[in-house]
Design a binder for this molecule. Structure first.
Ligand SMILES: Nc1ncnc2c1ncn2[C@@H]1O[C@H](COP(=O)(O)OP(=O)(O)OP(=O)(O)O)[C@@H](O)[C@H]1O
Ligand SMILES: [Mg+2]
Length: 487
């Protein structure tokens, strides 16, 4: 993108007399002396039609009053220049309009770009002169204005705080939801395990009381170990296969009048133990009167193994989630660092797991060879969250979410695609505006993309683009590989 230069027009001093200035509404009721000061310090500038007078974001060095002609004011919103005002009203002012505020160490910038729509003429004061005169001539008004500016800034700070809080709220709600399932599963498995272990103690007592020859007991313990090992190595079966196996095992037990044989058959089936294995057990045990006890004993052993691996799974899931949450919020890391974007993308997908749901297929197409980039990881996660959240909402929980990463010149691109209905052109123009939402009240605040835009563009020196047609909407986030000059 080429940046249009500002052609500094020469400014002619002393062209306006105090009487000329008196005709401008802004200078109403000033004394002759004050008007004289203005005439002396100000100058007159002509700009040809179409010329850019000031550019948004440049240091605010001058204060402009329109004398003749027409101007437009524009502000950048996303990729668009949005026109906020067009006027040919003589006397309107713009530029360094806040120069009178006490300096807080931050250089003031132009809040909008101004372009001449026809040949125009301005009365121009240096920001410093304008600020000085305001403070000297109207001290009380300045106090009031400062109060107002401070009030607005405080408001913004509170709103910003609130935004962070609501992000935190969403994060913890998601996390709680995700943690709840494995925690509940682990606690269920633990209480089942307690029962089984108690039953095993009883069974051991019975076996011992049954005057079982010591060598039979040893054989039984060996069998138990073998069966558990076999179960651990058993191939994964379909639900159909498991149920067939259950029938077969149930039949086997019935033939031998095993107590509650049909109840215990599923335990063996789950462990992938077949009738061949049971036959082998029977032969090796060589004691028909002991078979019933032995089957139950081994069944309990299998069950406790299964319960323990359930607990292992569940607690593993809990620690994965905690790990993801840590990555996500970067509670234990400093702000600006070199990061692999994939880490953040993955942890965001884990955190949003419950929102993405079963109906959405997630396709990851990462270029793992991409180098690390300088970034604020927690802020970028906010961006991924907002954009993935929008995509999932747009698809109404059914479709395909595609996350791609690739290199494009000197930038890394993250593309988040969804197969939702797309964004109509008239909506597309406004999506990056704060508080713009098409969602019902209470569902969207319209801040998601505004926050994302500010993080990507202002903090990271990157940009966000969107292309959309029904069934294929893509948000492209481009991030530089090197530190932005301002970082
Ligand atoms: N992937 C998408 N598909 C269709 N429309 C989208 C998509 N992403 C954003 N939009 C549109 O952009 C609007 C603005 O999005 P933004 O994230 O800023 O706010 P929101 O999602 O409405 O509210 P929230 O503050 O809760 O994120 C949405 O209301 C929606 O109309
Ligand atoms: Mg949103």
């Amino acid at each position: 993108m080429t940046i249009e230069p500002i052609v500094i027009e020469p400014c002619e001093p002393g062209r306006l007399t105090p009487d000329d200035l008196r005709t401008l509404f802004l200078f109403e009721k000033l004394t002759d002396e004050q008007l004289g000061w203005l005439a002396e310090h100000g100058c007159t500038m002509r700009v040809g039609s179409g010329g850019l007078v000031v550019r948004e974001g440049d240091p605010a060095e001058s204060f402009f009053v329109l004398l003749s002609g027409a101007v437009s004011l524009t502000t950048r919103v996303g990729d668009d220049e949005v026109t906020t005002n067009r006027t040919d009203q003589r006397g309107v002012y713009m530029g360094a309009t806040q120069a009178y505020l006490r300096d807080d160490g931050m250089p003031r910038k132009y809040m909008a770009s101004m372009r001449a729509l026809s040949d125009t003429e301005f009365f121009v004061l240096a920001a410093e002169d304008f600020g000085g005169l305001m403070r000297d001539w109207f001290p009380m008004a300045i106090h009031l204005l400062e109060g107002l500016a401070l009030g607005i800034r405080n408001n913004q700070a509170v709103v910003g705080e609130r935004q962070r809080l609501s992000a935190l709220g969403a994060l913890s709600a998601g996390l709680m939801h995700e943690l709840n399932n494995p925690a509940a599963a682990a606690s269920r498995a633990t209480s089942a395990l307690r029962q089984r272990v108690a039953a095993m103690r009883m069974k051991l007592g019975k076996l011992a009381a049954g005057k079982v020859a010591p060598d039979r007991l040893v054989a039984l313990l060996e069998l138990q170990e073998e069966v558990i090992e076999r179960a651990a190595k058993a191939p994964v079966m379909t639900a159909m296969q498991v149920s067939d196996l259950e029938d077969e095992l149930g039949g086997w037990m019935e033939e031998r009048s095993i107590t509650a044989g049909w109840d215990i058959a599923p335990v063996f089936a789950q462990g992938g133990i077949d009738t061949d294995c049971l036959n082998e057990m029977e032969t090796r045990l060589a004691s028909p009167e002991l078979l019933d006890q032995a089957i139950h004993w081994v069944g309990y052993a299998l069950e406790t193994e299964q319960l323990m691996s359930d607990i292992e799974d569940a607690t593993g899931r809990v620690s994965n989630l905690v790990h993801a949450a840590k990555q996500y919020s970067h509670v234990d890391r400093s702000a600006h660092q070199w990061i692999d974007v994939h880490t953040g993308l993955d942890s965001t997908l884990v955190m949003l797991g419950h929102k993405i749901g079963e109906g959405v297929r997630v396709v990851k197409d990462y270029d793992r060879t991409l180098p690390e980039i300088p970034a604020h990881p927690a802020e970028l996660n906010q961006v991924w969250t907002n954009i993935v959240d929008n995509a999932v909402q747009a698809m109404h929980a059914a479709g395909t979410l595609t996350i791609r990463t690739y290199r494009e010149d000197e930038r890394l691109v993250v593309s988040v695609g969804d197969t939702g209905p797309g964004i109509p052109p008239e909506v597309r123009k406004r999506i990056f505006e704060p508080f713009f939402t098409t969602k019902p009240v209470g569902e969207g605040t319209g801040l998601g993309l505004d926050i994302s835009y500010r993080i990507v563009v202002n903090t990271h020196g990157g940009d966000i683009d969107v292309s959309s047609e029904p069934g294929d909407t893509r948000f492209l986030i481009r991030l530089p590989f090197s530190e932005p000059p301002s970082a």
